[in-house]
Design a binder for this molecule. Sequence first.
Ligand SMILES: [Zn+2]
Length: 184
Amino acid sequence: MKRRAVFLDRDGVLIEEQSYIKTLDEMNIYPFTSDCIKKLHQAGFLAIVITNQSGVARGYLTEETLKQMNTKLKEEIGVDDIFYCPHYSKGVIAKYSFNCMCRKPNIGMIEKACDKYEIDLSRSYFIGDRKTDIETGKNAGVKTILLRTGYGKADEAVSNFDYACDDLRNAVNICISGLGEKEK
Ligand SMILES: [Zn+2]
């Protein structure tokens, strides 16, 4: 049977937003993240991270460091998988500098996740703090939740989300209950 998934942005959702996190030490996981992922699993959701990491193309960190961050994140919060796009058309590292169909708001990473797992998109969610996250969710045909953590306060006015809430804890409750505190 196909499973429901919650697709999660990384920065400003699972960990504190800082512009371009470059080292493992800069990765501050919110204190509630691990419990939220547990709750999603108990409710039968896959928890899959979908993240643009153009810092690699911009030369701020290596893909190797990013992979180490992913390993740490999987160990500490128990997400099922992490899909990342290190590309950016105006980057400085040639290998990563092109227009990628994975980069949000494109849905390449969600398609990869669907190739790897049996996912019922019609019963799945995208949770993010940016307009691009909401657009990605819309493009993939899942319900969207904007968080007011990270950039969410600024992007709330310009994003066409299904629900908005203060942080991941509220969003997880929306996914589990199917109810929202605010519907647009
Ligand atoms: Zn890419």
